[in-house]
Every structure is written in C-alpha cells, then in structure tokens.
Design a protein around this ligand. Structure first.
Ligand SMILES: N[C@@H](CCC(=O)N[C@@H](CS)C(=O)NCC(=O)O)C(=O)O
Length: 206
C-alpha cells in the first residue's frame, strides 16, 4: 500500500494505523510548498486535492476515517476496531467529531481562504482558533477519552486519529496543562513503537 502524505497533516493518523496493524506500506510525500496536491497527477488520485490518500490493491481511498476503518479491516488480528457494537458506535462518533468539527476548526488557522475571499476575515478566523480548539479539546477530555485511550485500555484506530490532532493543539493555542487526560493519552501513545516509527519518518508535527 502507498500512503500519500505531507508532514504535520492528518495523514500521519493513517500511518500510525498502518504501523499498529503491522501491514506493509510505503510513504509517498506530496510537496505542499510546490502545491502538488492541487495539480496532476495528484488530482487524479484525489480530486479533492487533500491528503491522505491510500492506494491499495482494492482501490484508492481518501478520508481519514474511512481509511482507518479499511486498515483495521485488512488486519483483523490487530483488533483495531471493537467487536462490540456499542463500543464501535462510540469509536465512530469520536471519528465523525474529529472529521466534522475538530479538524475544520484547526484548518481555520491557515486555510481561511476556503471560507472567505476577504483577507481580514482570514485573520479573524485564525484569531478564533485558540477558543474553538480549546473547546474541542475540553470536549474530548471530558466526554470522549477513557483511560488512557478513547475506549479504555485497548487502542482503536480512532486513537491514531486523536493522536495526530493532539499534536496540533499546543500550536493552536490550547493549554495542555489544563487537560490531564489528554496529556496521559499523549504519553501512552508516545510510548508505542508506531508513534516512534511515524515520527522518525518525519510525518508528525513536533
Ligand atoms: N476530510 C479529510 C480532510 C483532509 C485534509 O483536509 N487534509 C489537509 C491536510 S491536514 C490537506 O490536504 N490540505 C491541503 C490543502 O488544503 O491544500 C480527511 O479527514 O482525510
């Protein structure tokens, strides 16, 4: 499998899951400076012009939540999604929240041009990010996180998603010292070989 990524982006969540699943994969860097994501040949892989993309023998996939569940399904022995339907629903609820709310809030820092053509509005949107991301992180802390992972002591693919997003928080102006569960989660994740490997590959923001 080939994972198309750019450093510091949500693509590292899929890399973490691939490592946790112990599946063979290869990273392919997309150069954001050169805007490769908005040009061919990349647009043929993902017409949305975003990373990640996972190229597999089953097809080419985008959208982090979908890719994460695909990876889990390809490696059932790794147990990266819960069998229990209630736990599975909680896992998906966390991933939908990350995709629909937390990641877009983060994107308001540098990608305001998606929502407005007015440069003054971009500044205003960026200024709001510490507030919106602090609210999101507090929601994760109080309502989503178990101990130490989202579903308790067993890691699932949504933890890979959350770990990547959590590496953005300090830069988004969130005070992590006020969030002890999130800190403990980050420490538990940082102890895993998957995080060491993906960090070594230069995919995770430090
Ligand atoms: N909903 C997509 C979002 C992907 C996304 O927005 N990726 C960002 C990086 S974090 C990107 O590729 N941005 C490139 C751009 O905006 O030009 C997912 O969850 O995979």
């Amino acid at each position: 499998m080939k994972l198309y990524y750019s450093p510091g982006t949500i693509a590292s969540a899929s890399a973490l899951a691939l490592e946790e699943a112990r599946l063979p994969w290869e990273p392919v860097r997309v150069d954001f400076e050169a805007e490769e994501q908005r040009q061919e040949p990349y647009l043929s892989l993902n017409p949305k012009g975003r990373v990640p993309v996972l190229v597999t023998t089953d097809g080419t996939f985008s959208e982090t939540g979908a890719i994460l569940e695909y990876i889990a399904a390809r490696a059932p022995e790794a147990g990266l999604t819960p069998a229990d339907p209630v736990a599975l629903t909680r896992m998906r609820a966390a991933m939908y929240y990350f995709a629909s709310t937390m990641h877009p809030n983060h994107a308001h820092k540098r990608r305001g041009h998606r929502w407005s053509d007015d440069p003054a509005a971009w500044v205003s949107m960026a200024a709001k990010v510490p507030d919106t991301m602090t609210d999101c992180a507090a929601y994760v802390e109080e309502h989503l996180l178990g101990d130490p992972f989202l579903l308790g002591d067993r890691l699932c693919v949504a933890d890979c998603y959350l770990y990547t997003i959590s590496t953005w928080l300090a830069g988004d102006g969130v005070d992590l010292d006020a969030l002890p569960r999130l800190r403990a989660f980050q420490q538990a994740m940082a102890a895993r070989p998957s995080v060491a490997r993906v960090t070594e590959l230069g995919m995770i923001a430090r």
